[in-house]
Every structure is written in C-alpha cells, then in structure tokens.
Design a protein around this ligand. Sequence first.
Ligand code: PLP
Length: 374
Amino acid sequence: MLPYGRQSVSEEDIQAVVEVLRGDWLTTGPTVAEFERRIGEMAGGHRAVSATSGTAALHMAYAALGVGPGDEVISTPMTFVATTAMASILGAKIVFADVEEDTALLDPAAAAALVGDRTKVIAAVDYAGHPADYDALQALADTVGAVTLDDAAHSIGGTYRGRPVGDLADVTTFSFFPTKNLTTGEGGAVVAKNASVAQRAHEFHFIGLVRDADRFRIQDEGAWHQEVHEFGVNYRLTDVASALGVAQLKRLESFKLRRAQIVARYNAALDSLEAVRTPVQREDVDPVWHLYPLRVLDGRRRHVFEHMRNAGIGVQVNYMPVYWHPVYADAGYKRGMCPNAEAFYGEELSLPLFPDLSDVQVDQVIDTLAEALR
Ligand SMILES: *Cc1c(COP(=O)(O)O)cnc(C)c1O
C-alpha cells in the first residue's frame, strides 16, 4: 500500500543518531538544547521547549497558559482531536467555531461571534500546512485579553505575511510524528513569545522542578537543591530523538520544495475536473503542504476512498469534526454546530503526499483517482 504520508530518513540522519548513541548523553543533554535552539531560531527567535509528542506539546502549552476550569478555549473542529482534548483534560470548556468554507481554517468571523469574558485561548490549526489568519485572530483575542495558540503540527517551515510559523501566535505547538513535515519518531515542541510562559512549559514537562536559586522558597539547602512549586509531568524528548530532529531540520527546505512540486503536479492534473475541488491557497501565505486535501463532490468520497484503497493507494480522511467524537457528543456537543466543517469532512480525501513520493507514483495516484471517478 502506498501510504498517504511517510518519513524521509537519510544516511546523514542515521549517522547523527548513531553519534549520540555513542556519546555521554542519551537525554537532558546538549543535543536537546541544540534542537530547541534551532527550532526557536526558525520560529521567529522565541524560546522553544521540546516534548515527547505534539499532544504533549499541546498539554504543556495549555498548562503553561494556566488553562483550567472556568476557562473557555475557542477552537476549530477541523483538526486532530488532541488540539482540543489537551484543554478539555485540564478542565476548560471548548467552544467550537466553524471554519472558512474554502480553506477549512478557523474562521475569525465565526470566532468573533463566540468570544467573551471567559475566553482564555483562541486555538487555531494550520490545517494541511496552510497558516490560519493570525492577524485577525490576534486582534480578536486582544479585545478580550485572551491569547492565541497555533497548533502548527502541519505547518513548520511555512510563512504568513512574511512571518514564519512560530511567530504568528502567542504560543505555537509542533508535532514531529513520522507523517509530519519533519520527524523525531515521536516528538513535539512548544514555542512561546512570553518568556515566563516558555519557562512554565519547560517546568511542566520537567516534573515541575525549579532549579533557579533566585526563585527558591526553601533557603540554605546545598548545591543539590531543586524544588517543585507546581506539579509537572515527564514529557522530555531524548538526545537520541533530538539528533534526528537537528538532522531533519537541515532538510526541511528541500522537503517543503518537494511537497510543493507534488502539490503542483496534483493541481495541474485535477484543477480542471468537475468532480473534485483542489486545495485553496491564500495570497499572503507560503504553506508547507503536509496534506493534499482534495474534495470529492456529489457524495462520491466514500466510493473513491474505497476504490483507491482497493487499488493500493493509501488515501486518508482528515478529519471527522472533533465534536463528533463520542467523548464530546457525550458532553452534549451536537452535530450541525459547524456546517462548513461538516460539509468539508463529507468531501475530504487526502491524497498521498511525502517528500520521497516519485512523479511516477503521483501519476499513478492521479490515474487511479480518474478511474474511480469514471
Ligand atoms: C499530529 C497532530 C497532533 C498531535 O501530534 P502527535 O505528535 O501525534 O501527538 C496535534 N494536532 C494536529 C493538528 C496534528 O495533526
């Protein structure tokens, strides 16, 4: 089966990992620090804290923002469940705002109708690798003293109005799962513009340990002393995984380029077909295409999905609206709430897209799709 996404691991990537395995530090060492420095550099110069997954990064981000019971988080239903689940798990109430009809990105106008005194975070997702409209979302958040969060699991390396992903929202989270734009196996990171939010994310992922003597509340212990002010978890990324991340970051530009070439090849073949809609790109955005979200019209998505899967093409559907998950339905969230997201879900089909996909394979996907539509 041709997968819809797949990692690209080079000999140099492997060598970088092997080198760390021969060294002194498997975790909490200099390669973690180097990876965080490089992520921070490409994310607008803000501090990055690495994590064991994108889900962990979201948990850290919401915890660092102090999200809890009584708070509302406005977010998009067109995402992987972790975007909102990590705020729900902290006791916040999720308020789902609908997406734009064409991009499937959080619609600032829909969010504007839902903000209020309780709004703590507006959490957008750069669906498919295309950044959301952060200038509009930030302006909206500012009106009620909320913060913006960019779940950038799809979009590391992209830009919006000339600014890099990581510099678009108050807090940004990344995922380095193998299908994403770069990988550390499992992995993720939080980037925060506010230094104390970044430090709180760091401490939360490091068991809550405080190691800054200026902040100690217990005085006159020895040089071994460290103390806990708030409970934390252990979401530390290892040096082994970070070595892969540092090596992969050097290849991100070439990954982005190859992904764009494949998207252009799909678009050229599919733009003129009546039976489908190809993905939309805003003029002020330079995306890193993580997904190729085709829309199959006339109620034929399921048929096309099954035909292509049977032909060995690993198409995927991203995503069922988050509030359809039983965990949200049980909490009272009703279908029909976000019609654009539901309509998009009804038509969406992700075609295979990853850097090592060859032109011959892309053409195979296109031919099989044409066959399915006949
Ligand atoms: C993959 C993904 C996550 C979670 O990342 P993991 O590393 O798999 O935990 C969160 N949000 C979005 C939009 C994702 O695609």
